[in-house]
Design a binder for this molecule. Structure first.
Ligand SMILES: *Cc1c(COP(=O)(O)O)cnc(C)c1O
Length: 373
């Protein structure tokens, strides 16, 4: 392979290509919505919510406008005082932390381990008399250690919210992500494992009162049956049209996860011998990785990710600059050594159902060429 002459381009995701594989069903959903003029809070939304709750394994699901809204509403429901502290990993998408701040609480950051999830051994040291909850984040399709987190939470009388935005379909001992904590929060942003054709999100919970509260809050605080405003709410429903599309895609998700696991297995087989790479294959019994992302660590950091990009492979490097280092957020960097390392080395290879086998092979060749193999 010669310098800067990419013979091929491999995209990180190709929504238009995936659409072609489910076009008949998506188009039918579109025409159904359009012919009925069913735009806001209609049957498609209720159907999708019922199917999402069933898939996750909770009693209720509430569709909202984004993963952020799902998180923020969950936090807002639980926060009682501006002094309430919530534990959140130092390595996550900024929305996990912003939801705590905008939900009225104070984020307390805790470092992660090399599987990108919160380091359970460091949680108790961060607990103070003001701690009220833990936001567990399941990154890339691999769950944080929920049995351990729930044990710590029980001991200290804390609630747990799951940021499961990257892990729909993942599980521990057969129990689904988003069904462990008080609430599970989902993003249907187009590039997530279940992506809509625009923004979208959802909450799953077993708590009837919270589900009813979230249904009102997403709709200006109004109980639509009585017309009563119960609180100052917002407008953040999942669009009925998006719900119709997501309901179609949810039916395909189990098969798509099988395909993702196959791609991950191929990456492992072909790249497992490279000593400077740490691949995302973890051997915790009972934990199921569904590979929303194939996120590895490369000792060479930017040199590696730039090489991939220069050779036509679209890779993601989330997050090179940890969110707590962005001055505008007003957070304190109290030292998160693993997050620092991960941030330098992180790189996600293309991982999506619509990627062709030849493209996977090209990604592999490009990685191996970087190491002179
Ligand atoms: C995508 C994501 C969110 C936010 O989802 P949006 O729908 O974009 O608001 C929150 N947390 C994590 C871990 C995510 O990956």
């Amino acid at each position: 392979m010669t310098e800067k002459t990419a013979t091929q381009k491999v995209k990180f995701v190709s929504p238009a290509k995936l659409y072609q594989t489910i076009k008949t069903e998506i188009d039918a959903a579109y025409f159904d919505v359009m012919n009925k003029g069913a735009l806001i809070n209609q049957q498609h939304l209720r159907d999708f919510e019922a199917n999402l709750a069933k898939f996750v394994g909770t009693k209720y699901a509430v569709g909202v406008n984004s993963g952020y809204d799902a998180l923020m509403l969950s936090v807002k429901y639980k926060i009682k005082s501006p002094d309430d502290e919530v534990i959140v990993p130092a390595h996550t998408f900024v929305a996990s932390c912003s939801a705590i701040v905008n939900g009225g609480g104070k984020p307390v950051l805790v470092d992660v381990t090399k599987d990108f999830n919160i380091d359970c051994d460091k949680i108790e040291a961060a607990i103070t008399p003001k701690t009220r909850g833990i936001m567990a984040v399941h990154l890339s399709g691999w769950m944080a250690d929920m049995p351990r987190i729930l044990e710590i939470a029980k001991k200290h009388n804390l609630w747990v919210i799951e940021d499961a935005c990257q892990s729909l379909g993942s599980s521990i001992n057969g129990k689904g992500a988003g069904s462990w904590g008080f609430s599970g929060c989902w993003s249907f942003y187009p590039f997530k494992i279940l992506g809509g054709y625009g923004d979208g999100g959802g909450i799953t919970t077993d708590d009837a009162e919270f589900a009813a509260w979230a249904r009102r809050l997403r709709y200006n605080g109004e109980d639509r049956d009585t017309g009563e405003y119960h609180a100052h709410g917002m407008t953040c429903l999942l669009d009925n049209m998006q719900a119709a599309f997501l309901d179609v895609k949810l039916r395909h998700l189990p098969a798509w996860i099988v395909r993702r696991k196959k791609i991950a297995a191929r990456y492992k087989e072909a790249l497992g011998d490279l000593p400077n790479l740490t691949l995302p294959h973890y051997a915790t019994p009972g934990f199921d990785h569904i590979y929303q992302n194939y996120t590895l660590l490369a000792k060479e950091g930017d040199k590696f990710s730039n090489w991939m990009k220069e050779h036509g492979v679209e890779v993601l490097t989330q997050f090179r600059k940890p969110y707590y280092k962005h001055a505008g957020l007003g957070l304190k960097d109290t030292g998160f050594p693993v997050t620092e390392t991960i941030s330098r080395e992180v790189c996600s290879l293309p991982m999506c159902v619509e990627i062709a086998d030849e493209e996977v092979e090209y990604v592999i060749q490009t990685v191996r060429a970087f190491y002179g193999k």
